[in-house]
Write a protein that binds this ligand. Sequence first.
Ligand code: SAH
Length: 234
Amino acid sequence: MKYTFIIQLLWIILVYGHVQSQPVDKFEKARKSMVQDQINPRDITDKATLAAMGKVPRHLFVPSGYVSIAYKDGPVPIGYGQTISQPFIVAYMTQAIKPKPNYKVLEIGTGSGYQAAILAEIVDSVFSVEIIPELGDKAKKLLNKLDYDNVHIKIDDGYFGWKEHAPFDAIIVTAAATYIPPPLIEQLKTGGYMIIPVGHPFQVQKLVMVQKKEKKISTRTMLPVRFVPFTRSK
Ligand code: SAH
């Protein structure tokens, strides 16, 4: 009787240990399908973007209760009323700024840190600003743990960009603003692209591509989207 119990206990420990050491492989398959089924067919052709989407462990960026839907075709809640964007939108915005290995990119809205990690796979350095301290700190810890030492996070109102590190080759804003913050245009290099959702909170917004030219700014409306609002510090 006693031995049966011990054997059962050992069995449980063995199975549990096995499950614990398995998740990477399990999610690799889900990640491959995500790229093949959701991203490839929707005109994402940039090789670096596709490779990054196939590499970054998205399930580690979502709260534990949402791991099972981490690779599904939709946004995932990350707490504090915020969400990590649908994988396709992350890929779309990444490809849109035409990222290159020597780029220094500014992101506004660190959130979970997932978009920052995708960029970090492709470009030289990422400067990311988050207004909610708890989210920014959590993302910082996770990105450190995953050895993304080319991502720099600051807790602040991203309306003002990150002046000390400007100008940036490209800018990605992941919260919907009612207008494009002028400091961000100022901190974009001439010739560089910024992608930003513009529109009113909780309505359909549009993803806008901004290109800074020598003497003017050109804008192009891309997709209808729904992002969490760009908030301001008091
Ligand atoms: N890029 C994130 C998605 C985050 S959702 C990811 O990959 O997970 C949008 C984020 O923008 C939220 O975390 C929100 O707190 C943040 N945000 C909203 N307004 C902001 C502002 N003015 N400055 C910086 N971050 C802001």
